[in-house]
Design a protein around this ligand. Sequence first.
Ligand code: F6R
Length: 607
Amino acid sequence: MCGIIGYFGKEEALPILVNGLEALEYRGYDSAGVAVFLEGEVKVKKSVGKVEILKKSLKNNFCSGSHLGIGHTRWATHGIPNKSNAHPHSDCQGRIFVVHNGIIENYKELKSYLQKQGHNFKSETDTEVVPHLIENFLNSGKDFDIALFDTLRMIKGAYALVIIDKENPKILYAARLSSPLVIGVGKNENFLASDPSALIGKTKNVVYLNDGEIAKISQNDINIINLKKKKTPYEIVHLGWDLEQAQKGDFPHFMLKEIFEGPEVVRAAFRGRIKSKENLVKLGGLEKVADQLKEVKRLLILACGTSYYAGLVGEYLFEEISRLPTETHFASEFRYRDEPFDKNTAVIAISQSGETADTLAAIQKAKKHGLMTLGIVNTVGSTVARETDAGVYNHAGPEIGVASTKAFLSQLTVLIMMAVYLSKNKNSSKKLLEELEKIPKKIEIILAQSAKLEKLAEKYKNYKNFLFLGRRYNYPVALEGALKLKEISYIHAEGYGAGEMKHGPIAMITENFPTMAIIPQNSVSEKMISNLEEIKARKGPIFAITTEENKEISSLTKDIFYIPKTIEPLEPLLTIVPLQLFAYYIGTKKGFDVDKPRNLAKSVTVE
Ligand code: F6R
């Protein structure tokens, strides 16, 4: 998705903008551009491809001395990736410069109206209507603030906008509707960004804009007003993220670094929250709804992608540990269903970014029906965190690799703790919490054997299709393992519940169609063995993720990766790690940029 950066302050603007754009690169983009104000002029530079190309084009002291500017990485929606479609976009006079994330749904009618008024468009984008609309209102004699308000009222869709008005370089304008935008608060400087991770190393204090808010930012001042022109108060949120967390360090890729952060991510999620000796889980973020939670009879988990698969594990956890009927839905499907609701149902929305458009829409729908909404969110202060009634933060630190890895582990850890928190029979949880405390060490044991996975990745890397099989808690792990392989290596992979295999997918099995079997010794491993026998009988290669206790597997395959034993509800915290590494090694061996897989965006802020 597109990325936005804006700067107004004491420092040289351009290096800060380029730096911010580089920090946003992980979101996925195809072109980039900047506009900087200097001595009464705004200079624009755009390029197609990597920010590196833009950077090269900015040599010869391009606009040095500027303290005000905006930048953008574009992920094409309307019009191909080329220089004219890259942002910033401007009006006919070259007075107004705009960067935009989101989609302006009524841009066609606005464009044809403006063209009839004599406006000359230079791009195929929806964004370009914004500077022309403002210009149109300015032409009719309105001042800039009113022209901006009137423009925002005419736009339908989603926007995060940052705007420079050349005639008033004392203010940087920003506006938000359904597309994230955050103000970074500094000393004699302020920033704007579509994603707080672009501000790491610059400031830890941020203000999240709400829908329908307009910010007027100067070097030392922030003013926020709503569409009714009323000044609105704002809260400064402190992000605990450090610069090292947003750097690769000695790792070749963020994805590998983040997989290796697994043990610490699990510890960070449960630190200060569990006391295994007292069977106690303390989740401060749920305290204010603790009484209401006692009345909850059913849970609905809503999320997308990897967060959805964590939610599927949650379904098993809440049913077994909390004894609460639970269903997990894709947020994108939930938002259009027409199901009856019971007021004793609570919704749990899971989101790493806290900005996923479908998840947000699902939360809105749940709220409309009077349901209590809880969030499991990694990004502090993000929209999901603010829109839900209560919630639990992951504390996983920024996840930069586009494919989610460490967030999955922290989401599982939070779900386990929530399941104990909601359980009426806390006594049965002692063992579970004790085992959870041992998980980080067990993940370390897996990571220490990564060379074995690399070897197996070499052996398997040329297959064109994979089937991932698991049962019970490891069924969602099979789905997530397949998703990781697809995203990172572009190999077709399907995850299935092993029992379903013979109802269809078995037709695909040949000696060229390997199966990744997730089969630790547990209550369903016997059943899995029978399923794998069926695969072996059809000459399908098998790669098993298992525990030493499973003796039968060695008669089915030589390709075995052993993980430490744990109790069944906690198995996904271990079984997913080798699958993440397997996807990583196959992707890198095939020469792909695993941190920025093609066509994918880190935070999916459009429907
Ligand atoms: C997969 C992946 C995506 C996200 C999904 C939801 O590796 O990263 O499937 O999990 O887009 O994102 P969040 O959790 O930010 O709502």
